[in-house]
Design a binder for this molecule. Structure first.
Ligand code: C5P
Length: 215
């Protein structure tokens, strides 16, 4: 089985020394990659910039910076993958133009124009093969299950891992996480607060099991 996993944040350039990014540490995605390797799968990890050591035993590690680079890498690898888990916190917007030189301080308002990035996961959902299993993450600060269920349908996913990132003891940057795994056919698995490593093993066993989408 070939499993493709994305992890970490992306960086969208403003000028040569500045960028827009987010608080993703990559810990959840790297824990998933480690659990997937342990399960015996051939694992490709596409990673945004993080300060983590990649797990040993990966078939391939592709390091990227921007959402556009992540899109290219995932598209190339997706075709031959059985399971795709998009755990990366991909930027939803990027500056329309990155300045070639460092922007100078001028003491007045600076307006940065942003344009949407491509939604990689929704794109994969649109061309999903019947044998492929597509898994997304929903990091929400409110109406967790409602927003997650909406994404599951809208992006044509088989599974979504919903986690509440407004809690300080879990989510972004933390070593721990808590979540609910929702399947397209109504399955629901509640994962209480635990290490991201433990959670990763549960996620891999659920999404790679025979019970595709919770039928
Ligand atoms: O809609 P939202 O961005 O909150 O959805 C989150 C899910 O979509 C995550 O699984 C994330 O990896 C994926 N995503 C993506 N491309 C984007 C933004 C999010 O694949 N540009």
């Amino acid at each position: 089985m070939k499993i493709l996993i994305s992890a970490g944040p992306t960086r969208e350039k403003i000028d040569p020394v500045r960028y827009i990014s987010n608080r993703s540490s990559g810990k959840m995605g790297y824990a998933l990659a480690e659990a997937a390797v342990k399960s015996g799968a051939s694992v490709t990890l596409v990673s945004g910039p993080v300060s983590l050591t990649p797990p040993s035993g990966l078939a391939l590690l592709i390091s990227v910076e921007s959402a556009a680079e992540m899109t290219d890498a995932i598209r190339k690898e997706a075709e031959s993958s059985d399971v795709i888990i998009m755990c990366a916190a991909v930027a939803d917007y990027r500056p329309v133009m990155a300045a070639e030189q460092k922007l100078k301080k001028k003491g007045e308002r600076l307006i940065l124009e942003l344009e949407p990035t491509e939604d990689i996961l929704a794109g994969l959902g649109g061309r999903k093969k019947s044998t492929q299993i597509l898994v997304g993450f929903a990091a929400e600060t409110e109406k967790l299950l409602e927003h997650a269920e909406d994404k599951l349908k809208r992006k044509n996913l088989d599974w979504i891992i919903a986690n509440d990132v407004s809690r300080s003891e879990s989510g972004f940057e933390s070593d721990k996480n808590q979540a609910v795994i929702l399947g397209r056919n109504g399955a629901k698995t509640v994962i209480p607060l635990q290490s991201k490593k433990e959670m990763a093993e549960t996620i891999i066993s659920v999404v790679c099991g025979k019970n595709n989408g919770g039928k």
